[in-house]
Design a protein around this ligand. Structure first.
Ligand SMILES: Nc1ncnc2c1ncn2[C@@H]1O[C@H](COP(=O)(O)OP(=O)(O)OP(=O)(O)O)[C@@H](O)[C@H]1O
Ligand SMILES: [Mg+2]
Length: 214
């Protein structure tokens, strides 16, 4: 079973958008997907409730109470997390995933805030021992904005976490989300650019680089 968590203590960085996109991607690949929502706002479960019944099925679990069981039969378990996690709650979350994706908005405030957060993740025992692997994604990037240069300026100290992709700002995510769909389920001609930007994320998730070092 693969376990993937989307995490950033900063609100509104795209955690739920990315968690639901990953869940729908693997569901459309015929995998048995479990979407665990740790956020009491339950955006991911709301998304799932809007999902048309004819689409590849995804099982939702409300993780906000802390007590739930992950069925062994799942191929993928995707965790969406709330904003402002720290301390004991963050430690409890970090016991679960093999792979952690941190979405970061490309604004100076968000990038500055992400630096100590990512550093804390990298120093956490399981991550430091490479039992859980971290990757960063820039999200809601305006076109022609040199996000890699900007991220480099702010996140120089955390080079150990790879930057795997920059997702553009587009209404495609908003439209897909309101219908309970992922970006992968919109008409291909609308999302060609987005799929190109997702390609390195999927490749990372499907590679050994995102999995515990054995
Ligand atoms: N690449 C994108 N392009 C356009 N809109 C986006 C993109 N990514 C996310 N959004 C929108 O930004 C808003 C915040 O995204 P989302 O809810 O995924 O963030 P979050 O990190 O889960 O927020 P919270 O911390 O409140 O849980 C949503 O309205 C979402 O539709
Ligand atoms: Mg959310």
């Amino acid at each position: 079973m693969r376990s993937i968590m989307v995490l950033n203590s900063k609100g509104g960085s795209g955690k739920s958008t990315i968690a639901t996109s990953i869940a729908s991607y693997y569901a459309t690949q015929g995998k048995k997907v479990l979407l665990v929502d740790f956020d009491s706002q339950a955006s991911s479960l709301d998304w799932l409730a809007a999902r048309p019944s004819g689409r590849s099925s995804i099982t939702g679990i409300n993780g906000a109470g802390g007590h739930f069981r992950v069925p062994r039969s799942a191929d993928y378990v995707i965790y969406d997390t709330p904003a402002a996690v720290h301390g004991a709650e963050l430690s409890a979350f970090l016991r679960r995933p093999q792979s952690i994706i941190v979405p970061i908005l490309p604004s100076p405030i968000d990038m500055r805030a992400a630096t100590p957060f990512v550093q804390k993740l990298l120093d956490y025992g399981r991550v430091a021992r490479k039992e859980a692997r971290v990757a960063l994604i820039a999200n809601r990037c305006r076109e022609h904005y040199n996000v890699y240069h900007q991220l480099d300026t702010y996140l120089r100290k955390v080079r150990k976490a790879p930057f795997i992709s920059a997702l553009r700002e587009t209404q495609n995510y908003v439209r897909a989300a309101e219908r309970g769909l992922g970006i992968f389920e919109l008409p291909p001609y609308l999302v060609r650019k987005d799929l190109d930007q997702w390609d390195p994320i999927i490749r990372w998730l499907n590679s050994k680089r995102s999995q515990p070092r054995t």
